[in-house]
Ligand binder design. Structure first.
Ligand code: UDX
Ligand code: UDX
Length: 461
């Protein structure tokens, strides 16, 4: 007899699966939690103290449970055979081929996983969608699993993950809510309850919301769409502020104090990045088009278009300000991660900016406290003069400009006088995150270009 009440399996040891399972294992010592992935290197890293993702507090959480009730392996088949509850957290990127290319979700890993579960399961199971998926994907999963299957019973639940990178552990430990969707049948209700039992080990019951499957699947897409929409909204206003001497930080504060609007997610920036926002909105757009709602699709697509525009606008502004040419100019890119406190660079605005700057034949040096390895992977096939330097003081040596793309606190605390002294002059600062003291930098001698605020320049024109 196992010493554990139940065995949980998670397929996919990525940014979502890894931290989520570490938290469940840490909080539920009576459940065995087994995390599997096809990627051997990733699994080996999860078994070491050099985890495959950088996330504050993650290693401590992993260490609470690893070897006790948290296990990592590549043995997917054996994991499935033993499991009572199977979380599926494989990646579902935007489909880049065929029907729906550029918008729809690529469900190939998802379906392969469903078939593997069917082949290897030995007892009644609950399958939990953790990956973000188009609405009604659970139905497809159920069909695959139930068709010609008298061996075991299966219930499919949707349990989207709302953690944000950089704050994953905090978000998992103290979530605003946990959302669980299932079938409105007695078996569905029982499966929901089984998953509620897991989360109730540490989450208050009033924060555990249960809905039907389709509401849960859709809510995840809609939550990300609304969050991204706020960023795009404030970014459109940043452009207007730059034209009118209004200050976007002041505007954000003024509107954000209205409790109906709220103050969070109103930071104007060089654009949102990350693996989810763009992918999920495009997925929503595709769904709307599919269901014959072109106006709804166009409305949401605009959020992504504004984001693309903001990214390009920032780089165009850099080029224009630097006398319409950046050829052979050294430009220090401060931050390549899509946000602070992560090494993740997926859809990072810095990636697009670097490509644009290289097309303009700039000499780009990338500086980031965590993301240089991923930056090197992302830019491996990109031609041009690129180098990497973890030390910001060295990165700035001889540079004509610094462009801040990630709001790392490291960049707020630098000695900018020292940096100015080693740069070529006139020296430019393009602050894509509004994190440095613009007036102080201006007084040092920088020409400063924030987002959504008047520039501070020493030229008379
Ligand atoms: C995942 C989903 O991609 C995304 O849709 C959802 O919004 C959040 O969860 P993430 O954890 O960031 O995102 O993805 P990633 O870090 O790429 O991890 C997925 C893992 O699944 C990878 O380690 C990959 O090796 C693994 N995988 C993929 C499998 O084990 N089997 C497969 O068939 C495919
Ligand atoms: C997001 C959602 O927040 C999370 O709930 C979901 O599970 C996954 O997608 P994540 O992508 O990790 O999380 O980070 P998030 O903090 O939401 O930031 C996304 C992007 O928006 C980042 O590039 C960030 O810098 C940018 N952003 C965010 C802004 O530019 N301004 C803001 O005010 C907030």
């Amino acid at each position: 007899m196992s010493e554990f009440k139940k065995t949980i399996l998670c397929i996919g040891a990525g940014y979502v699966g890894g931290p989520t399972m570490a938290m469940i294992a840490a909080k539920c010592p009576n459940y065995k939690v087994h995390v599997v992935d096809l990627n051997e290197e990733r699994i080996a890293a999860w078994q070491s103290d050099d985890l495959p993702i950088y996330e504050p507090g993650l290693l401590d959480t992993v260490k609470v449970a690893r070897g006790r009730n948290l296990f990592f392996s590549t043995n997917v088949d054996a994991g499935i055979a033993e499991a009572d509850i199977i979380f599926v957290s494989v990646n579902t990127p935007t489909k880049m081929f065929g029907r729906g290319a550029g918008k729809a979700a690529d469900l190939q890993y998802w379906e392969k996983t469903a078939r593997q579960i069917k082949r290897c399961a030995t007892k009644d199971i609950i399958v939990v969608e953790k990956s973000t998926l188009p609405v009604r994907t659970a139905e497809a999963m159920e069909r695959i699993l139930r068709e010609e299957n008298d061996d075991f019973k299966v219930e499919v639940l949707s349990n989207p993950e709302f953690l944000a990178e950089g704050t994953a552990i905090r978000d998992l430990e103290n979530p605003d809510r946990v959302l669980i969707g299932g079938r409105e049948t007695p078996a569905g209700a029982q499966a929901i309850q089984d998953l509620v039992d897991v989360y109730e080990h540490w989450v208050d019951s009033d924060k555990i919301l249960t809905t039907n499957t389709w509401s849960s699947e859709l809510s995840k897409l809609v939550a990300n769409a609304f969050l991204a929409q706020r960023v795009s909204s404030i970014n459109t206003i940043s452009a207007l502020c730059e034209k009118t001497e209004a200050n976007v930080k002041e505007v954000a504060r003024a509107i954000g104090t209205d409790s109906r609007i709220g103050s969070r997610f109103l930071y104007a920036s060089v654009g949102f990045g990350g693996s989810c926002f763009q992918k999920d909105i495009l997925n929503l757009v595709y769904l709307c088009e599919h269901f014959g709602l072109p106006e709804v699709a166009a409305y949401w697509e605009q959020v992504v278009e504004v984001n693309n525009w903001q990214r390009t606008r920032f780089v165009n502004n850099m080029i224009t300000s630097m006398f319409n040419t950046v050829v052979d100019k050294k430009i220090a890119i401060f931050g390549f991660a899509f946000k602070a406190d992560t090494g993740d660079t997926r859809e990072s605005p810095a990636f697009y900016a670097v490509k644009q700057l290289l097309e303009e034949r700039a000499n780009v040096v990338i500086c980031d406290p965590q993301a240089i390895p991923n930056a090197q992977i992302d830019l491996a096939g990109v031609k041009g003069n690129i180098s990497y330097e973890a030390d910001p003081y060295k990165a700035a040596e001889g540079a004509a400009a610094i462009a801040i793309f990630t709001e790392w606190s490291d960049f707020k605390e630098l000695d900018y006088q020292k940096i100015y002294d080693v740069m070529s002059h006139p020296a430019f600062m393009f602050d894509g995150r509004n994190i440095v003291d613009h007036q102080a930098l201006y007084e040092i001698g920088f020409n400063v270009y924030p987002i959504g605020m008047s520039k501070k320049v020493h030229f008379t024109k």
